[in-house]
Design a protein around this ligand. Structure first.
Ligand code: PLP
Length: 390
């Protein structure tokens, strides 16, 4: 491990030289099945030829100008994302945390515009929104916050999946202006709320005049089998944030909004040097085009259902398996004990997975994965879990 890097990550002791589709190669003859996709980033898998070509062509034309000028690729991407989502305006940045910062600033400014002096945002237990000061303060995980106090104030926390708890706040807090929530929690352990949760939150927000802000940084861009997870719930948020899968590995984040939330930020109120540059926007436009042309939403839905079903059969009767859940290609296998060790055990068998919330194996495979590769994944993983549970 390098002595020249800050020790921010507990890294696995290997590096990859190249990739192809759902496969990563270590240059030493090792070929790994990627069921993590750079944590829900590489939806198109690795070295997708259409993406590589589009990026090369754009890099040969223009990489960066500035938001001082019009950026046609950014305008095209904004229109495309608005058409797909039903929202009306986009702001572009470079990461999920930054996208959520934009959402938080919109909520606060909207509150001040309405005469609310200390606007507050409702956030959830076990949530994850990023590592900047405001987003780690919004995050519902003490490990993310510890040592970084004083935290940013203005967040009110309730349990995830409990719309009634949100509604109850209305009587006590006159300064609430928005609710920020992940449709399905990712880092929190692939938590899927009861059907109707988002619709209930929508109803409460409408009744109270609060903005419903969805963090779709992990769930967005086809991951769950729809362009955006809120589309499974038949509602429309006021604000939505995106990042991970949007640029297929080229850094880009977006904050989309509609209605009054889309008109809140005015010149001078927010900005980004790199945000929405030509190269990143071409990466995102190409990602969306490939997803549409190659039917990757349907693939994510079908393959996710297959993986959950197949794992259920292969792990049937194992007491240590508490739950197998997910939506599309966001899959969680909850065990009855901490299982971080499974990551290195899987690595030894050339399989890339993740463990989150201590005891949940998380799968976030590339959306281009095929049925045969998925069978290989479930077979290898089921063997590993069986051996681990002894
Ligand atoms: C990963 C993630 C973030 C943070 O994104 P970064 O690009 O790492 O800043 C925020 N929200 C959710 C739901 C995430 O999964």
């Amino acid at each position: 491990m390098s002595d020249y890097l800050m020790q921010t990550y507990g890294r696995q002791p290997l590096a990859f030289t190249h990739g192809q589709g759902v496969w990563l190669y270590d240059g030493d003859g090792g070929k790994y099945l990627d069921a993590l996709a750079g944590v829900a980033v590489n939806g198109l898998g690795h070295a997708h030829p259409r993406l590589a070509r589009a990026l090369c062509e754009q890099a040969g034309r223009l990489i960066h100008t500035s938001n001082i000028y019009r950026i046609p690729e950014q305008e095209l991407l904004a229109e495309r994302l608005c058409t797909l989502s039903g929202l009306s305006r986009a702001f572009f940045c470079n990461s999920g945390a930054e996208a959520n910062e934009a959402a938080i600033k919109i909520a606060r400014l909207h509150g001040h515009n309405r005469g609310v002096e200390n606007p507050a945002i409702v956030v959830m237990e076990k949530s994850f929104h990023g590592r900047t000061m405001a987003t780690l303060s919004a995050t519902g995980n003490r490990k993310v916050q510890a040592g970084f106090e004083p935290l940013v104030t203005g967040f009110v926390r309730v349990p995830f999946g409990d719309a009634e708890a949100v509604e109850m706040l209305a009587g006590h807090h006159k300064n609430i202006v928005a609710v920020l929530v992940e449709p399905y929690q990712g880092e929190g352990g692939v938590q899927i709320p009861e059907a109707g949760y988002l619709a209930e939150l929508r109803r409460v927000c409408d009744a109270q005049g609060w903005l419903l802000m969805l963090d779709e940084v992990q769930t967005g861009i086809g991951r769950t089998g729809a362009w955006f997870a809120f589309q499974h719930a038949g509602i429309l948020p006021d604000v939505m944030t995106l990042a991970k899968g949007l640029g297929s590995g080229v850094p880009i984040g977006a904050c989309l909004a509609r209605g009054v939330a889309a008109e809140t930020l005015t010149p001078g109120k927010h900005g980004s040097t790199f945000g929405g540059g030509p190269l990143a926007c071409v990466a995102a436009l190409t990602t969306l085009a490939v997803m549409e042309d190659d039917g990757l939403l349907a693939n994510a839905a079908e393959l996710g259902a297959f993986i959950r079903q197949d794992l259920s059969e292969r792990l049937a009767g194992l007491e240590g398996v508490k739950d197998i859940r997910g939506q599309g290609l966001m899959v969680g296998i909850e065990l009855d004990r901490p299982c971080a060790e499974l990551v290195s055990r899987a690595l030894a068998e050339k399989l890339l997975i993740n463990v989150t919330a201590d005891n949940v194996v998380r799968l976030l495979p590339p959306l281009v994965m095929g049925r045969e590769e998925a069978s290989l994944l479930t077979e290898r993983l089921a063997g590993l879990i069986r051996a681990f549970l002894g």
